[in-house]
Design a protein around this ligand. Structure first.
Ligand code: KG4
Ligand code: ZN
Length: 336
C-alpha cells in the first residue's frame, strides 16, 4: 500500500510518499521538503501570515516532485495523511484543505495526524525493530515532553514543559547573542568552540519530571546585558547547551526507570542536536537502556514522519471520509 503524507504546520511545506504493509515495514518512496527558512530569517522568526502564503504557493510543486520522485500515480495512493495540529493554524489549514481536496477527488480516506505523533514515528523509519511500549523524549520548537508510547497510536504524556519549549529557548539564546534564526543549529555550532565556564540555573520540580526553561533563558539575557562586549559567546552557548542537554537526558533516563521501561526514543527538531544525541546514548548505555535516535534528515519537520504516523493509524482503522475535519492550533496527543 502507498500513503501520501502532508506537513505544513510551521515553515516547511512537505509531502512524502510511503509504501507500507501490515507488518509495519516502511519504505520511503519520496520525501520532498520546501523550506521557508530563508524567507523568515529576515524577520528573526516565523511570520505566520507569510508562512501560510508560501505554503499555498509551494504545495502544488511539492506534490508534483513527490509523485515524480516516487514514480507514483495519485490513483495508487490508499489514503492521505495530514498534520491537523498543533501548529500555526493558517499554515496547517493549507495542508488540511489540500488533503481534503485530494481525498475527495480520489475518493480515498483522510488520516488526521498529530504533529508530535509524527515526530515520534520518525524513529520507526530508521529503527525497524522498535516496537511500543517505549518512552519518547520529544524536543522541538513548540514541545518538550516525556511521552509513554503505549501502542503505535496510543500515547500518555508523563511530563512536559511548564513554560518555554527547549527549541524556543535555543532560538532565544541565538537571538540574544546575535546568531539569527533558526537558532538551534547555530548555538550548537558556537558551543563546540567554547567551554561551559558560565553559571546558569537549572529548574527542577519536586515529585515531577516537568521541565522549565524560562529561568535559564532569562539568565542568559541578563548575563548578556551585564557582560556586554566582554561576553564570551562561545562559552555562553556551550554552558547553555550543556545545561539543557543534562536536564533533558537526566529526566528522560529517570522517566524510564520510574516506569520500568528499557526503551527510550528521541524525537523532534532539537533531536538534531549533536550533544543531545551523544549524551542520551552515553547515559542510556550506562543505565542499560536501548536508545533510539532518528536519522538526521527525519529530525526536523518533514512529511515522511507524518506518512508513517498516518500509516499506523490507517492500520488501526483510525481514518475518515468526513471532510469536516479541521486544523487545530493546540491539540492533546492523548485524545488522538
Ligand atoms: O520539530 P521542529 O522542526 O519544528 C517544531 O515542531 O517546532 O523543531 C524546530 C526547533 C527549532 O527551535 C530549532 O532551533 C531546533 O528545533 N533545532 C535545534 C537543532 N536543529 C534544530 N536545536 C538545537 N540543536 C540543533 N542542532
Ligand atoms: Zn516539528
Amino acid at each position: 500500500m502507498k500513503i501520501l503524507g502532508i506537513e505544513s504546520s510551521c515553515d516547511e511545506t512537505a509531502i512524502s510518499i510511503l509504501e507500507f504493509d501490515n507488518k509495519y515495514n516502511f519504505k520511503v518512496l519520496a520525501n520532498v521538503i520546501s523550506s521557508q527558512i530563508d524567507i523568515h530569517k529576515e524577520f528573526g522568526g516565523v511570520v505566520p501570515e507569510i508562512a501560510s502564503r508560501h505554503h499555498i504557493k509551494n504545495i502544488g510543486g511539492v506534490l508534483d516532485k513527490a509523485l515524480l520522485d516516487s514514480n507514483t500515480k495519485l490513483e495508487e495512493v490508499c489514503a492521505i495523511a495530514v498534520t491537523v495540529g498543533p501548529g500555526l493554524v493558517g499554515a496547517l489549514l493549507v495542508g488540511v484543505s489540500y488533503a481534503k481536496a485530494l481525498a475527495y477527488a480520489l475518493d480515498i480516506p483522510l488520516v488526521p495526524v498529530h504533529h508530535i505523533a509524527g515526530h515520534i514515528a520518525a524513529n520507526y523509519i530508521t529503527h525497524e525493530e522498535l516496537k511500543p511500549p517505549f518512552i519518547s523524549l520529544v524536543v522541538s520548537g513548540g514541545h518538550s515532553h516525556l511521552i509513554k508510547v503505549e501502542d503505535y497510536t496510543k500515547f500518555k504524556v508523563l511530563a512536559k514543559t511548564r513554560d518555554d519549549a527547549v527549541g524556543e529557548a535555543f532560538d532565544k539564546v541565538a537571538r540574544v547573542v546575535g546568531l539569527g534564526y533558526p537558532g538551534g543549529p547555530k548555538v550548537s555550532e558556537m558551543a563546540r568552540k567554547g567551554e561551559a565556564k558560565y553559571k546558569l540555573p537549572t529548574t527542577k520540580f519536586e515529585d515531577s519530571l516537568d521541565f522549565s526553561f524560562s529561568g535559564i533563558k532569562t539568565a542568559v539575557i541578563n548575563l548578556a546585558n551585564k557582560e556586554k562586549e566582554n561576553l564570551n559567546k562561545e562559552n555562553l552557548c556551550c554552558t547553555f547547551e550543556e545545561n539543557v542537554v543534562n536536564v533533558l537526558v537526566d529526566h528522560a533516563v529517570t522517566c524510564c526507570k520510574q516506569n520500568n521501561i528499557k526503551k527510550l526514543a528521541l524525537a523532534g527538531g532539537v533531536s538534531a542536536n549533536t550533544r543531545l544525541r551523544e549524551e542520551l546514548q552515553i547515559q542510556g548505555n550506562k543505565n542499560n537502556l536501548e536508545v533510539y535516535i532518528p536519522e538526521l534528515k527525519y529530525t526536523t519537520d518533514n512529511a515522511t514522519m507524518i506518512a508513517v504516523a498516518g500509516a499506523l493509524k490507517y492500520l488501526d482503522g483510525k481514518f475518515t471520509k468526513d471532510l469536516s475535519i479541521n486544523a487545530k492550533a493546540s491539540m492533546n496527543i492523548e485524545e488522538e
